[in-house]
Design a protein around this ligand. Structure first.
Ligand SMILES: NC(=O)c1ccc[n+]([C@@H]2O[C@H](COP(=O)([O-])OP(=O)(O)OC[C@H]3O[C@@H](n4cnc5c(N)ncnc54)[C@H](OP(=O)(O)O)[C@@H]3O)[C@@H](O)[C@H]2O)c1
Length: 344
């Protein structure tokens, strides 16, 4: 079997980490790359990834020129969080007959916030006989796929709680900026109003995916407003200093409700200086399940892994728009990637 041909689409911080990791993997080759950033277009991908050598793949501004010499099997799409922004990008990939694995948070379960776009993508993917998956660490794994898996040994469930607490100091700079680290409370509030800080995108999608897996018909999903985590002491990351009284990050809760009863509750906290980092899932039911990963899973490393490990599963999946709950049990693809595509 020939090497699996990959097209990175969006080589910002996360797309670059994924591309670098793919270059170390056996059985795959990068055949082109797309990004619109002025400082990237036309450059060799090696330079964008900070490598000392050229790798002979130029960054193209659009998919037509990226695929002019070679067709791709899978595009790794990593540009932005909302489906209304990424729809046309993903549609253009699909129209070229290429499978998509995307970090777009809304795409992880788009049926609630963007049902029309989700339907259009599903139809388009089936027309072109390819599969589309939105995934990552969160949404994509910790607060949905893992939670769903942990319900497997339950006879009955009253309530599911999932919490993620992370020290943002160890995360990439765009993430630290995205959570408002270093701002005054006034600046934070202003940026929230202007939608320049959106909080964690994906809580609604994770709740909807879990409910769907359990065939729970939620009366509503409530995503609470984003709150700043104000630091009492000076804390810092490599790039950002947080003075006492300023914002170290944010917290946000969301819940899924049936008949005024909270049945799914998610609690997300990301801030510089978090002393205890963990991912916890508690299932109140029979039997009771209590799982804690401490320290919490490293978001950037794990996003890269979830995306890359999904490649063979997406290549083998039926055509259409898929979510993590539609794929086989998730697992790592450690060996030559072609082995997992060949597996029966
Ligand atoms: N699900 C998860 O667990 C998970 C985990 C990590 C990240 N994410 C999401 O993944 C996305 C990417 O993250 P990031 O940190 O890598 O962001 P980033 O550093 O801003 O990179 C995005 C790159 O895509 C480019 N781009 C924007 N629009 C494009 C288009 N129409 N066509 C081609 N390229 C385009 C950007 O160019 P410009 O700079 O010129 O705009 C930039 O180079 C974000 O939405 C992030 O929230 C999800």
């Amino acid at each position: 079997m020939k090497k699996i041909k990959i097209l990175p689409y969006g080589v910002g911080v996360v797309g670059s980490l994924i591309a670098k990791f793919l270059m170390e993997k056996e059985g795959v080759e990068i055949i082109g790359a797309v990004d619109v950033a002025r400082d990237k277009v036309g450059k060799d991908l090696g330079a964008i990834l900070g490598l000392k050598k050229k790798i002979g793949v130029k960054i193209s501004e659009n998919i037509e020129s990226a695929l002019s010499k070679s067709k791709a099997d899978v595009a790794i799409h990593a540009t932005s969080s909302y489906l209304k922004d990424t729809y046309s990008q993903i549609a253009s990939i699909v129209e070229h007959g290429v499978n998509v694995v995307s970090t777009c948070e809304e795409l992880s379960y788009p049926y609630i916030s963007e049902p029309k776009l989700a339907k259009k993508l599903d139809t388009l993917a089936k027309e072109h006989n390819v599969a589309i998956l939105g995934t990552g660490i969160n949404p994509g794994f910790l607060m949905d796929t893992l939670v769903i898996t942990l319900t497997a040994p339950c006879q009955s469930i009253e309530k599911i709680e999932a919490t993620r607490v992370m020290n943002a100091a160890t995360r990439r700079l765009p993430f630290q900026k995205k959570i408002g680290a270093g701002l005054s409370v006034e600046e934070f509030t202003h940026k929230i109003k202007k939608k320049q800080i959106t909080g964690h995108v994906g809580l609604e999608q994770s709740i909807a995916m879990v409910a769907d897996a359990l065939a729970w018909k939620l009366d509503r999903i409530v995503v609470e407003s984003v709150e700043p985590v104000v630091s009492r002491k000076p804390v810092q990351s490599k790039d950002i200093q947080v003075k006492p009284g300023n914002v170290a990050g944010l917290k946000q809760k969301a819940k899924g409700v049936i008949k005024d009863k909270e049945v799914i509750a998610l609690d997300f906290r990301a801030y510089i200086g978090a002393e205890e980092e963990y991912d916890a899932v508690t299932i109140k039911g029979v039997p009771e399940i209590s799982e804690r990963i401490s320290p919490c899973v490293h978001g950037d490393l794990a996003t890269v892994a979830v995306i890359v490990n999904s490649i063979p599963k997406v290549m083998k999946a039926p055509a259409g728009l898929l979510t993590m709950k539609d794929l086989p049990v998730p697992s790592a693809a450690l060996e030559d990637m072609r082995k997992y595509v060949k597996q029966a």
